[in-house]
Design a protein around this ligand. Structure first.
Ligand SMILES: *Cc1c(COP(=O)(O)O)cnc(C)c1O
Length: 226
């Protein structure tokens, strides 16, 4: 299995025209494979597992921006709180509270995205649109956020795993609408990331207004063990 440099260059080209950030999803992949993309200039990498992220963080250059994109267990926040660049999958109130607590200890505002449940599958994590609206008001209090050690930078969503392209487009478009609605109301300059799109559906994500895509298998090959 090898890094697909041709795909990398093609995707970088597509994204640069639209000002979309590429997070190279390197879960399960080796340090050597990550180093290849790093040497080509890639700095944003996404990981799903805390232990694996810690090992890679230790071994690789310190100017890498590490994104935590998976489901994060509250009891593991403390291991990544000091260095993580952005937590995409913030999907419960208890996780919000724990991230805020760890941020306080470190005197750091930890950058986060709220994960919104947009897919039909029940297995995907995240808040409903309504829950998201209600939560946002706690971050956007005019006097002080309820969670001052979280820097809320936007929203993340995962579309249904389906062949039905129109369903994917609907789900991404709905999330973009919610994102715009919140931005209009809140007017925080920091709230400007919409993370949607993976290998199979990133073009739909971009066309619907994504500002950040998380792409793994197109860059690193399939993760399925042979
Ligand atoms: C694994 C993963 C990705 C990347 O998936 P690919 O289909 O390999 O591009 C993106 N986002 C999340 C949350 C993931 O867990």
């Amino acid at each position: 299995m090898a890094v697909n440099i041709e795909n990398y260059n093609k995707i970088k080209e597509q994204l640069s025209q639209k000002n979309v950030t590429l997070v190279a999803v390197s879960k399960i992949k080796t340090i050597a494979e990550i180093q290849i993309l790093y040497d080509l200039g890639q700095r944003d990498f996404g990981e799903n597992y805390v232990q694996e992220l810690l090992e890679k963080y230790e071994a690789l250059p310190k100017d890498i921006r590490w994104h935590f994109i998976g489901h994060l267990q509250s009891n593991k926040v403390k291991y990544i709180a000091a260095f993580v660049h952005l937590i995409h999958g913030v999907d419960s109130l208890s996780l919000i509270k724990e991230i805020n607590k760890q941020g306080k200890k470190l005197n750091r505002q930890i950058p986060c995205l709220l994960q919104v449940h947009i897919a039909k599958e029940e297995t995907k994590f995240g808040f409903s649109h309504e829950e998201t609206r209600n939560l946002i008001s706690e971050f956007s209090e005019t006097t002080q956020s309820v969670y001052p050690c979280i820097e809320l930078q936007g929203l993340m969503g995962m579309a249904s795993f389906t062949e039905d392209n129109s369903l994917i487009i609907d789900e991404f478009t709905g999330l973009k609408k919610l994102f715009d609605e919140i931005r209009l109301k809140w007017q925080s300059p920091l709230f400007n990331i919409l993370s949607m799109g993976m290998s199979a559906d990133y073009m739909f994500g971009i066309n619907a207004g994504s500002t950040m895509v998380r792409i793994g298998s197109l860059l690193f090959g399939s993760r399925i063990k042979q």
